[in-house]
Design a binder for this molecule. Structure first.
Ligand code: UDX
Length: 433
């Protein structure tokens, strides 16, 4: 391939939510280490303001992310992508002027697909960053090829496996909570059927998802770069909320592998009854627990919790998971939390809420076998039993051993010559040509 004049600036376009911003900033950091300059284009809300070496450009938010809840994901994303396209083009035009045309590539979150129009207009290469698992990306591609009628027929065929991708079935394709099926499938076509980007980055590693990665490589016909988990490669941890470090002191007082850590990420919301059952079940388990809850709890719950538990609004999650006192992670199974837990060899209780979390839970429980799923309504007796299985029983110890096995493999994959290390190298080569 003919070499372009050396261009070192990469424009990153993250989706403004913690689970997306974090891997984006980590990717930026990894590219800075390879000698690139980074400009992050973001809206006015949920933005990161300072990371050494990064330039931040703010564009006016045409549709604040706070409207995600009101409009629902499909309407929100469709509207966002329509309304922001023009201001993003202006922004890229200004960047090109300011930096003497020095832009090597636009790397955008797959949800921010408006970026593609600017890349095309200014003849810039573009690469997609899919911040979820490779299997979720597979699901997106499968959904984008279905019409609502076909999907419902395939759903009826109990547990029909998707395109030889055992154990992925049609029932696992994440569709719940997305609104009307036909509108959702239309959005999937917008996002996953574009075919104009030059490659796709995924924050995963081949030891976790080799068959999904091979499927994507064949299906998409563009390079797939599985270069994760990024948080092992770099130290950047761009928290949008203030981390309460007091929980580390609290953890210091507990025995190795005795504490259950509970966090449901940045978006999940729990009903009052569920919170109450959790509190009782955790107390009855008699194990110490560290619980991330952003809303204030009713006095009755705080009282139950205070005996054995510690509550914070936002924790330094990676430090918590790496702490020797932590014996298990009760999680909503967001992709970042899943990777972070595996990287520390911590077994999980899975309680997925929405998005693709059920899918991640399935892989945690049935494929990697490093966690157990809490199904149905949360009830105190069941909570107590799950905590015991994870922390005290042999079953939990076996899951921990398997998780530690993956931890070693993941660490090897980012070392020189490892699969993720090589994928990052391939990406760098593409960005340099
Ligand atoms: C969203 C979607 O909900 C999820 O399904 C998708 O996989 C990724 O995008 P989110 O729900 O926020 O993400 O969960 P997750 O992916 O787990 O990301 C949460 C991030 O917040 C993690 O990096 C975690 O370390 C961090 N976190 C969470 C903290 O730093 N402190 C906390 O107290 C809780």
């Amino acid at each position: 391939m003919e070499k372009r004049a050396e261009k070192r600036r990469i424009v990153l376009v993250p989706f403004p939510a913690q689970g997306h911003v974090t891997p984006f900033m980590q990717l930026g950091q990894a590219l800075i280490q390879k000698g690139f300059s980074i400009t992050v284009v973001q809206g006015e809300l949920n933005r990161v303001t300072h990371i050494p070496g990064f330039l931040f450009v703010t564009i006016q938010e045409s549709l604040p992310v706070s409207q995600l809840k009101t409009l629902g994901p499909v309407e929100f994303l469709t509207k966002l992508n329509k309304t922001i396209e023009a201001s993003f083009k202006d922004c890229i035009s200004q960047l090109l002027q300011q930096h003497d045309n020095d832009v090597a590539c636009i790397i955008y979150d797959e949800l921010m697909y408006f970026s593609e129009a600017a890349a095309k207009e200014f003849k810039l290469p573009s690469v997609i960053f899919s911040t979820v698992s490779a299997t979720s990306r597979v699901c997106g591609c499968v959904l984008s090829k279905l019409n609502a009628e076909k999907f419902l027929i395939d759903m009826e065929v109990q547990d029909k496996v998707v395109d030889d991708l055992h154990p992925l079935t049609y029932k696992d394709l994440p569709t719940s909570g997305m609104g009307p099926l036909d509108r959702y499938l239309e959005l999937c076509r917008e996002i996953f059927n574009r075919g104009t980007a030059s490659g796709i980055i995924i924050n995963t590693a081949s030891c976790l998802e080799s068959s999904s990665l091979s499927w994507l490589q064949q299906e998409l016909g563009i390079p797939v770069y599985p270069l994760g988990p990024l948080h092992i490669t770099v130290s950047t941890n761009p928290s949008l909320l203030e981390e309460d470090m007091s929980c580390i002191e609290w953890l210091n007082k507990h025995n190795p592998r005795s504490v259950i850590y509970i966090s449901f990420g940045s978006k999940a919301h729990m009903e009052a009854k569920e919170v109450m059952e959790m509190a009782w079940g955790l107390r009855d388990s008699n194990q110490p627990f560290l619980w991330v809850v952003s809303e204030s709890l009713p006095e009755e719950v705080s009282k139950i919790v205070s005996e054995k538990g510690y509550i914070v609004k936002w924790a330094p999650q990676n430090q918590v998971l790496a702490h020797p006192a932590v014996g298990g992670f009760w999680s909503h199974c967001g992709w970042n939390s899943t990777l972070e837990s595996i990287v520390e060899g911590v077994p999980m209780i899975c309680r997925p809420f929405g998005d693709e979390q059920k899918l991640n839970a399935k892989y945690i429980e049935s494929v990697w076998r490093i966690g157990i799923r809490l199904e149905g309504e949360v009830e105190r007796g069941q909570v107590k039993r799950m905590v015991k299985r994870l922390i005290m029983d042999d079953e939990g110890a076996e899951m921990r051993d398997r998780s530690i096995g993956f931890k070693e493999k993941l660490k090897a994959s980012v070392r020189v010559g490892g699969s993720s290390y090589n994928a990052l190298d391939e990406l760098v080569k593409f960005l340099e040509t």
